[in-house]
Ligand binder design. Structure first.
Ligand code: AMP
Ligand code: ZN
Length: 135
């Protein structure tokens, strides 16, 4: 299924040009036009899924295989020092394009980027309580 109003559907299916670095039946992998670092790529399913919640399990399994391949390619060809995998679901989590995508972000020592969070300081009781909720 494609969504005719979705920019990533159009990119993934070649209706809008992109800088494609990998492609197979299920995905197109393109360079992000607003990269966190040099080589930042996006894995785009060719079918439209809004986010992780409606991603079929077979696509979910394949996306990580593709991420591994791209990460290793970045290590080899860019000589990056590390790789972040980032995948945002819903606006509150930073999603801005509502077609599932996985970021593969090469990291370089001293690249100055911050991809992370401020660690909380929960009590043991608070951790126990949330673990109970999520079991
Ligand atoms: P997210 O915040 O996880 O939804 O990420 C959306 C990403 O898509 C951002 O990193 C944007 O820079 C990137 N982006 C938006 N439009 C395009 C486009 N036309 N081609 C490539 N990347 C894009
Ligand atoms: Zn789409």
């Amino acid at each position: 299924m494609k969504d005719s109003n979705c920019i990533f559907c159009k990119i993934a299916n070649g209706e809008i040009p992109s800088r494609t670095i990998e492609e197979n039946d299920m995905f197109k992998v393109v360079l992000d036009v607003g990269p966190a670092t040099k080589g930042h790529a996006l894995i785009l399913p060719k079918d439209h899924y809004t986010n992780l919640y409606d991603l079929p399990e077979d696509v979910a399994a394949e996306v990580y295989k593709t991420a591994k391949k791209i990460a290793l390619k970045m290590k080899e060809k860019l000589g990056c020092d590390g790789v972040n995998i980032v995948q945002n679901n819903e606006e509150a989590a930073g999603q801005t394009v509502f077609h599932f995508h996985m970021h593969v972000i090469p990291r370089y020592k001293d690249d100055g980027q911050v991809i992370g969070w401020k660690p909380g300081q929960p009590t043991a009781e608070e951790l126990d309580a949330i673990a109970e909720v999520l079991k």
